[in-house]
Design a protein around this ligand. Structure first.
Ligand code: AHG
Ligand code: MN
Ligand code: MN
Length: 364
């Protein structure tokens, strides 16, 4: 049923743009193309087994592996193609980059090139696809370097290596019981719910805010033996609950779709950690900076939360490569700040050390 009191995403974007009389509308058109890609992916996801797109990509060949060394699902590859097809023709993009492509994607010669770079994880949490648990798409919009705009040359990796603070927009679509789109263009965070009859995203969650405190944390505890001391300390204190230094009980969640965890945290607070650990020295963290940590980080900060490597604010990190991995902590502000504080305190912060003992003067 059409709820006439709600804005559509299109109306929302046009009304936002009126604040900037000089804006051309290119940016809004790009966002609408991206969200059309998300609607197409939502539909493919919703068909499940009936759509013939479940399971691994190229199963006869034993599955294909992306640049991350991860087996690609059919829906990873399909979602990547949908993002490209829906956006490359429009003249708004100078180039794009994705989890599923080793190198930046060039805008084909028959199309004009534009001012923006689109970076995306076409399907986050895709290991959950076959078990019908929520997945999503994450995207980040950057401005192309001026030299790229002026020359119209092909994009290279270095063009994308911009800190999160420079993002023009970030968002994700969540394909859960309902499909939602969460978007920030740098002025707060707004949530839209897909009306499946109209095929329109309707503004249902204006100006989303994350509570600064929480009693809920999310971490893959099977990695506990690889965690660094500050992370161990934080989780131990949560687990100790009422009888520990925090003096309150905590709840734990792990969906294994970061996008779904981000959404839960946006809705009711919480903290998510996929910290740097010692599991594989060649991988400083599990999640990727440019198309996971940065867009989700911008959304968190725009909603009054915080995103960090554990050591420094995520938005300030200078990327060094397209598929760079990084330790990621985000969510309720006071909790993320506490984890950062634990990282700053001396490395000897071990159980039983007098300086850091539960009842020490140095603990709060
Ligand atoms: P992707 O499906 O894009 O490769 O990302 C999966 C990520 C993230 O969504 C999730 O939080 C994490 O991997 C799950 O990690 P574990 O397998 O350690 O649970
Ligand atoms: Mn992902
Ligand atoms: Mn993915």
């Amino acid at each position: 049923m059409l709820q006439t009191n709600r804005s559509t995403l299109t109306q929302f974007l046009i009304e936002e743009r009126r604040r900037f009389p000089g804006a051309t509308g290119d940016f809004n058109a790009l966002i609408l193309d991206v969200t059309l890609a998300c609607k197409a992916i939502a539909s493919a996801v919703a068909y499940g087994e009936l759509g013939g797109a479940m399971g691994n990509h190229a199963p006869d060949a034993g599955g294909s592996v992306n640049v991350q060394g991860e087996t690609q699902k059919k829906l990873d590859v399909l979602s990547n193609e949908v993002f490209i097809q829906r956006t490359e023709w429009s003249g708004h993009l100078a180039g794009m980059a994705s989890e599923e492509m080793d190198l930046p994607h060039q805008i084909p010669a028959q199309y004009p090139r534009g001012h923006y770079l689109l970076v995306f994880d076409p399907l986050d949490g895709s290991s959950n696809i076959d078990v019908n648990v929520s997945v999503g798409s994450i995207f980040s919009v950057l401005r192309a370097p001026q030299a790229v705009i002026d020359s119209g040359r092909d994009v290279v990796e270095a063009d994308f290596l911009q800190p999160g603070a420079t993002q023009m927009a970030a968002g994700y679509a969540l394909y859960g019981p309902t499909t939602m789109l969460i978007l920030t263009v740098g002025r707060g965070v707004n949530g839209f719910t897909l009306d499946p009859n109209l095929g329109e995203f309707m503004l249902t969650h204006p100006d989303m805010k994350i509570p600064p405190d929480t009693q809920e944390f999310a971490i893959n505890a099977s990695n506990a033996r690889f965690w660094e001391a500050p992370v161990k300390r934080y989780v131990d204190e949560c687990l100790a609950g009422k009888t520990g230094p925090r003096g309150k009980d905590f709840n734990m969640r792990w969906i294994a779709s970061m996008v779904a965890e981000a959404h839960r945290i946006l809705m009711r607070g919480g903290v998510f950690l996929y910290p740097r650990d010692t599991k594989d020295p060649s991988k400083p963290g599990r999640l990727r900076l440019l198309y996971e940590a940065n867009p989700v980080g911008m959304i968190m900060e725009q909603a009054g939360g915080r995103a960090s490597t554990g050591r420094e604010p995520m938005m300030g990190v200078q990327p060094t490569s397209l598929h760079q991995r990084i330790g990621l902590v985000f969510g309720s502000k006071n909790e993320v700040e506490r984890i950062e504080r634990y990282h700053r305190e001396p490395a000897l912060a071990k159980e039983g050390e007098p300086l850091f003992a539960t009842r020490s003067l140095f603990r709060d």
